[in-house]
Design a protein around this ligand. Structure first.
Ligand SMILES: [Zn+2]
Length: 410
């Protein structure tokens, strides 16, 4: 089993790196005719440089991460941590409380350790690469606060979820997979329903779209789709980066379209209207609910397999640890990687289909040409790759390529 675990980690690394090499071979391809206007020779050169720097960075980052995990396994780092935690928790008498605290400690120590090891990479990415190419606007203060907020959030969510699933495992082990799935699914439904109210405000300010030209321009569009103007917000994303975006989130009464302030800065009123029509397209096609349903089904499979892993002590045994819930659960994710990869291929294909459907809605609204110029500007401004390798697109792209989207819109 140890060999399988290490083999899977290496396989994942090799697939990622192979796709990256394939993608690099497409850097010399000519930019397709339909988007040549946004990639002058000089800009293409700059974009290729950006891609190369990013690839070099992810090679180093990925190799470091993979090596660190393999060394931790081979040198007994995980076993040592598990033994230490067992020692610390010896004094707790209640077996349930003991199991919960051990699980929480095991997960949190590893996640904070990984945060610390990744910190130099994050700093270099934000204040080196992104700054050099003019994308970064984060200050060291915002960057530091973000880290602390996300660690706090991580501690809270990890503790809540582990307390629930460990309790179920200790009390009703036979039905663990089903009950744990129900609890975790309920929690993630709650989080996605209240995402804009609970999570986003920790990091960004969202303000309802102000009176003015843009609000007037989209009134007609919104009216036709029974989407309310009150559900459109602008977010101050310009405090972190110049990258522009818009998204649709939530469902039912909590549905919301969020436009980045950078999007409003970079696009004309007609183009913003088109982007908004695209987001309303997602709403009209119930894409959020469809994605949630699919993730509920796939996570049922995941919990079923996790139940088997726990029952037969597949991971902890392989690492030389005593049978413990947390070690098995922590390494289950590695065992699950091949299935996760297959599911993400299906998920990305479905997401690309949803993007076409949302784009088709902009056609129905008669704003397809503005959507094309909006997409071109956004891609050009973010130096996105105009010639990605098809295999890379198949594996990693949740959106169709710019050229494919333009062809579809025309
Ligand atoms: Zn979309």
């Amino acid at each position: 089993m140890l060999h399988i675990l290490i083999g899977l980690i290496i396989l994942d690394f090799v697939i990622g790196r192979t796709l990256s090499i394939l993608n690099a071979t497409y850097d010399t391809k000519p930019v397709p005719e339909s988007i040549r206007d946004i990639y002058s020779d000089e800009k293409r050169e700059r974009q290729v440089r950006f891609a190369q720097v990013g690839r070099r960075f992810s090679w180093i980052h990925n190799s470091f991460g993979t090596l660190a995990i393999i060394l931790m396994i081979l040198l007994g780092g995980y076993r040592l941590l598990d033994e230490l935690i067992h020692g610390w928790c010896n004094v707790i008498e209640s077996p349930l409380l003991n199991a919960i605290i051990m699980a929480v400690l095991f997960f949190l120590v590893l996640s904070i350790l990984s945060r610390i090891l990744n910190l130099p990479f994050d700093i270099y990415h934000t204040f080196g690469i992104m700054k050099d190419f003019g994308f970064n606007k984060t200050t060291p203060k915002i960057f530091t606060l973000d880290i602390f907020k996300s660690i706090g959030l991580n501690i809270l969510i990890t503790t809540l979820i582990l307390a629930a699933v460990v309790s179920i495992y200790m009390q009703i082990p036979d039905w663990f997979w089903l009950l744990a799935w129900a609890i975790v699914s309920g929690f993630s439904l709650f989080m996605s329903y209240f995402y804009s109210q609970l999570i986003v405000p920790l990091f960004n300010k969202q303000t309802p779209l102000q009176e003015g030209e843009l609000r007037e321009a989209i009134k007609g569009l919104v009216g036709k789709s029974n989407f309310s103007l009150r559900d459109i917000y602008v977010m101050d994303s310009s405090k972190r980066s110049t990258i522009a975006n818009a998204y649709f989130t939530g469902f039912g009464r909590r549905r919301r379209i969020v436009l980045y302030d950078t999007l409003i800065e970079q696009l004309t009123t007609d183009e913003i209207t088109a982007v908004l029509a695209h987001e309303i397209g997602h709403y009209r096609h119930h894409h959020t609910l469809k994605s949630i349903t699919i993730s509920l089904i796939t996570s049922l499979l995941m919990f079923y397999l996790l139940g088997i892993t726990l029952k037969y002590n597949l991971c902890a045994g392989a690492l030389g640890c005593v049978a413990s819930f947390h070690v098995n659960m922590y390494f289950f994710y590695t065992l699950y990687t091949p299935i996760e990869t297959l599911l993400s291929l299906v998920g990305n294909a479905l997401s690309r289909k949803h993007e076409y459907q949302a784009d088709n809605y902009t056609k129905q609204c008669g704003v397809a040409e503005a959507q094309i110029t909006a997409l071109k500007k956004l891609s050009g401004n973010s130096l996105s790759n105009p010639t990605p390798h098809p295999a890379f697109v198949f594996f990693h792209y949740s959106h169709p390529t710019l050229v494919d989207r333009i062809n579809n819109l025309r």
